[in-house]
Design a binder for this molecule. Structure first.
Ligand SMILES: [Zn+2]
Length: 304
């Protein structure tokens, strides 16, 4: 990390030059700003300048994986103060729900496997998709009787999951979210090809049927995702929200269509009552491809 710019041993807080900021300025030995702060009791770090644009925040383990080596990581895990484990609230590590099992590893002999597969089959979800997205299910605990679609970040660390009930519901909630801030993660970040056209969809069930798509987990885009797209995407961005969200789509279009993304945004309008998941369920991949071909630019005048 280079020279330590600040150190408070009581708090476990230290500051260094941010390697990402320094690299951007062409100063590999540090930019002298000390904008990267970390806390080794809490196992967190953050660059105050580029936490969003360069994803420079998270656990110290992530920082070491990015800029250190295996030996440093091993040392850190040995030396990491005990206190870390008491005071963990802000950096709770996300784990898959109790009883989670990959569907591809199960058979009809497993409890409720058939019910789970029946649910997915009804939605047209094929074994290929189930394997590709490592879809699983659980029949116990808080997330019982739910299909689980896990999400991994660019370092293949679990950062979110979707839990959708497939069996008799004991709650009205179709979906139950994990204890993680969805505004701060990019779903299936490890699967995105930033060089190809990217499709923005609303939900995880849309995401798994639309190639190279990112689910917004809602109708608006988070600042984290917006920053990443500006920084990394090299081709077009196509907005493919549910039919009832066409106004949101136009707002999103306007938000994206400037700077280096100017002229690279497209929009699709799905038929009344449809979302990509239902298009897929009804017409399969052919249906998805058909609607992807309807993408177009918006005329400036619609914003006036
Ligand atoms: Zn930085």
């Amino acid at each position: 990390m280079g020279e330590c710019r600040k150190h408070d041993e009581d708090k476990g807080q230290a500051a260094f030059d941010c390697p990402a900021c320094s690299a951007e300025k062409g100063l590999p030995d540090g930019d002298g700003k000390g904008n990267l702060e970390l806390n080794y009791y809490k196992d967190v770090f953050k660059c105050w300048v580029c936490k969003d644009t360069n994803s420079m925040s998270g656990s110290i383990t992530k920082l070491i994986k990015k800029y250190g080596n295996l030996r440093i990581l091993t040392d850190y895990r040995l030396l990491q103060p005990e206190k870390t484990f008491e005071d963990r609230d802000e950096t709770k590590i996300l784990v898959l729900p109790d009883g989670f099992r990959l569907l591809k590893d199960c058979t009809s002999r497993d409890f409720k496997y058939n019910r789970a597969m029946y649910y997915l089959g009804q939605r047209g979800i094929t074994p290929r998709i189930i394997n590709q997205f490592e879809i699983g299910y659980t029949t116990t605990g808080k997330f019982q009787n739910r299909i689980i679609i896990p999400s991994y970040d660019e370092n293949d660390t679990l950062n979110y999951f979707i839990a959708r009930w497939f069996d008799k519901q004991y709650t009205k909630l179709k979906y139950l979210n994990p204890d993680a801030a969805k505004q701060e993660i990019i779903f299936s970040e490890n699967k995105i090809n930033w060089d190809a056209t990217i499709y923005l969809v609303e939900g995880a069930f849309d995401h798994i049927v639309v190639p190279n798509s990112i689910p917004l987990l809602g109708k608006d885009i988070s600042d984290v995702l917006l920053g990443k797209i500006y920084e990394k995407s090299k081709a077009n961005i196509v907005i493919l929200l549910d039919n009832d969200a066409y106004e949101d789509s136009k707002l999103l279009y306007r938000k994206l269509d400037f700077g280096n993304l100017s002229g690279r945004i497209r929009i699709c309008k799905l038929p009344e009552g449809y979302d990509p998941s239902l298009i897929y369920q009804t017409w399969g991949s052919k249906g998805i491809i058909h609607y992807l071909h309807t993408r177009r630019k918006l005329k400036e005048s619609i914003f006036n």
